[in-house]
Design a binder for this molecule. Structure first.
Ligand SMILES: Nc1ncnc2c1ncn2[C@@H]1O[C@H](COP(=O)(O)OP(=O)(O)OP(=O)(O)O)[C@@H](O)[C@H]1O
Ligand SMILES: [Mg+2]
Length: 337
């Protein structure tokens, strides 16, 4: 059996018979996965025309390629139609959703807090927003937002219904693990669950932004998950400390390799406002955010202060707080893009 990368490369050369362009040219290769357990290829392909006589033959040829030539035991195939407005450039309607991945090199820099607050701030401005908590090491979005962890409901057409809080819809790996058991996903299971998150969630019909809380790190798992996200824009979160920023730069390079556009850097825990004299104190050093931004050649979107501890576990800030102001500034730059 070939690797996922080889499979993708092979499929990109296939011709969409309804427009005679390769899937690479049309951008019709929406999802490539391998279900290792049963040796099956899992594909979502968008064609220029879906209800076309040639589609049937396309399916037959593709099945032959996957099973006979490439040696897979089976094929799970979904055919969709390219959006008329975007044909030849972007994919279907879903692709007009802006997926914004929040990445960091190091753990604990505030990635999940930033992801949740960006989402909530967007929603406060009237946007339709969802969060995918894809941090398999420690899915913490339910905690940050105060959402009870339980198995989501499904719809008749087998879509998963997200939970909502602060007008933000949320789907988290945490919802699918019993009793908060540590997540020990194996490759194919993980792949399958995340594919569900990207293709089978019944978001609000008018959803505009999906914020993705990615696992920390610069290794294979972080990159594999990033690779699953369709047309992802990335934000890199760092703290001001040089060690955090060095690793954040690496995370940025990884995203670039996957051709994900990095839209900017956020420096978190930049300073503490001393309540006694109102002065900014740079407890964790300075310059990390600037450094990451300049090395990646992207803007520093904002520098978040160290916030006051909140009651309970929630860390959603109001727009009146200094930290809320900074989130507003960041989000306004996102929207303008
Ligand atoms: N600006 C801030 N001010 C004060 N506390 C913060 C700030 N940002 C994050 N925190 C706190 O720091 C801790 C880590 O934040 P968070 O869980 O968001 O980080 P993370 O990068 O997602 O971590 P992990 O790698 O575990 O996923 C949390 O307790 C959070 O409340
Ligand atoms: Mg986190």
């Amino acid at each position: 059996m070939v690797s996922k990368e080889e499979l993708r490369a092979r499929l990109e050369t296939i011709i969409d018979p309804t427009c005679n362009k390769t899937l690479k040219e049309t951008g019709g290769l929406k999802h490539v996965g391998i279900d290792d357990e049963v040796g099956r290829a899992v594909l979502v392909i968008a064609l220029e025309k879906k209800d076309n006589d040639e589609v049937k033959q396309f399916k037959i040829n593709l099945t032959k390629l996957i099973k006979l030539d490439l040696g897979f035991s089976g094929l799970k195939l979904e055919i969709e139609e390219l959006n008329p407005k975007e044909k030849g450039t972007v994919l279907d309607k879903e692709k007009q959703i802006r997926y914004i991945g929040i990445a960091s090199g190091k753990g604990g820099v505030g990635k999940s807090t930033v992801a949740a607050n960006i989402a909530v701030t967007l929603a406060k401005l009237g946007h339709k927003v969802g969060i995918i908590d894809a941090d398999i090491y420690g899915p913490s979005i339910p905690n940050v937002m105060g959402i009870e962890v339980k198995l989501p409901k499904g719809t008749k057409d087998e879509k998963v219904l997200p939970y909502a809080k602060y007008n933000v819809e949320v789907i988290s790996t945490a919802f699918f693990v019993e009793d908060n058991a540590p997540l020990m996903w194996r490759g194919p299971m993980l792949n399958r669950m995340l594919s569900h998150f990207f293709y089978d969630v019944k978001w609000n019909d008018k959803i505009e932004f999906i914020i993705v809380d990615l696992p920390p790190g610069t290794g294979d798992v972080a990159l594999d998950i990033q690779a699953l996200i369709p047309q992802c824009e990335m934000i890199v979160v760092t703290t001001p400390h040089p060690t955090a920023s060095n690793i954040a730069v690496k995370a940025g390079y990884g995203a670039k390799k996957l051709n994900h556009e990095i839209i900017g850097v956020i420096e978190n825990m930049s300073y503490f406002i001393n309540p006694v004299n109102g002065q900014k104190e740079n407890i964790f050093g300075t310059g990390g955010g600037e450094e990451v931004a300049s090395k990646l050649g992207v803007p520093l979107l904002g520098q978040l202060p160290i916030g006051q501890p909140k009651s309970g576990h929630q860390s959603i800030y109001s727009l009146e707080e200094p930290i809320g102001h900074e989130y507003l500034k960041i989000v306004n730059q996102l929207i303008k893009k």
